[in-house]
Design a protein around this ligand. Structure first.
Ligand code: ZN
Length: 273
């Protein structure tokens, strides 16, 4: 499918970026050889994954078919993804485990992520249009391959020095989804708060699965979700293997000012895990 048509399908959330989304290059064979030496990368916590189910509270996100709200779809997906990652030895922290009374700001979400130094930050969105999974990396121009441990980073463009790793993360996830026979779109789009993050970060937008023949599967289809979850889990385990932090590397300095996340009481405490 043409990249231009696929980009149109991501209008709901990924088009919030002030920078125009750019068509992704065809997925390159970016997976390093297992025989390659570990890269010298900052000391991310290699078994820690940060999930960010977007929206929540008054911000419902997109209205999906059957009166389903995007904020609920991504929360449920995160709650199903968590145990799959835990089974691979990951510790998983989510920016929200319920529907909060007040919407988390993007600065609060980034602040949570940047204090944790996770191996990967997965920002979850969902849409009713397009097919498969849209994986967006920051559209910031890469400044290098990894960040200087002692250098403070500007908040608005903190992700710039992580972009090369984020692109490798996007390729890992894209490859795993392709191997699972799921359609993938790789693109560059700075949907907030990705540019503020100092972890390898991608936006994963779930779209319906529309086969060339037969009935489409909505994003709420649990069997379809399970295929995506298994592929994402496989990709993150591979990313961990291929991006082993250097033992002597210090954690990167968080970008100032780093807003402290404000605990938000859940509107529905019974739904919290
Ligand atoms: Zn969204």
């Amino acid at each position: 499918m043409a990249a231009s048509a696929l980009l149109l399908s991501t209008a709901t959330c990924l088009a919030q970026t002030p920078a125009s989304p750019q068509p992704a290059q065809p997925p390159p064979p970016a997976i390093p050889s297992p025989a390659a030496p570990p890269r010298q990368v900052p000391a991310f916590y290699r078994n820690l994954i940060l999930l960010d189910p977007a929206h929540g509270g008054p911000d419902t996100g997109a209205q999906l078919p059957d009166n389903v709200l995007e904020k609920d779809v991504v929360l449920g997906f995160a709650q199903r993804l968590r145990p799959a990652l835990a089974a691979q030895g990951f510790t998983v922290i989510s920016t929200r485990d319920s529907d909060p009374a007040a919407t988390l700001t993007t600065d609060q979400r980034a602040g949570t992520a940047n204090h944790l130094h996770p191996l990967a930050c997965i920002l979850l969105h969902a849409t009713a249009t397009g097919t498969g999974i849209h994986i967006a990396s920051s559209s910031l121009t890469p400044l290098g391959d990894g960040i200087s441990p002692s250098r403070a980073l500007p908040w608005a463009t903190a992700q710039a020095q992580i972009v090369p790793m984020s692109l490798r993360l996007a390729n890992e996830i894209g490859l795993a989804l392709s191997n699972a026979q799921l359609p993938v779109v790789l693109l560059r789009a700075s949907a907030p708060p990705i540019d503020n993050l100092i972890c390898p970060a991608v936006t994963v937008e779930l779209a319906p699965l529309v086969p060339s023949s037969g009935d489409p599967s909505p994003v709420t289809d649990l069997a379809y979700q399970q295929r995506m979850i298994e592929a994402i889990t496989t990709a993150l385990a591979s990313f961990r293997t291929h991006n082993t932090p250097a033992p002597s590397a210090a954690p990167p300095a968080p970008p100032p000012p780093a807003p402290k996340p404000t605990p938000v009481p859940a509107a529905n405490p019974g739904a919290a895990k």
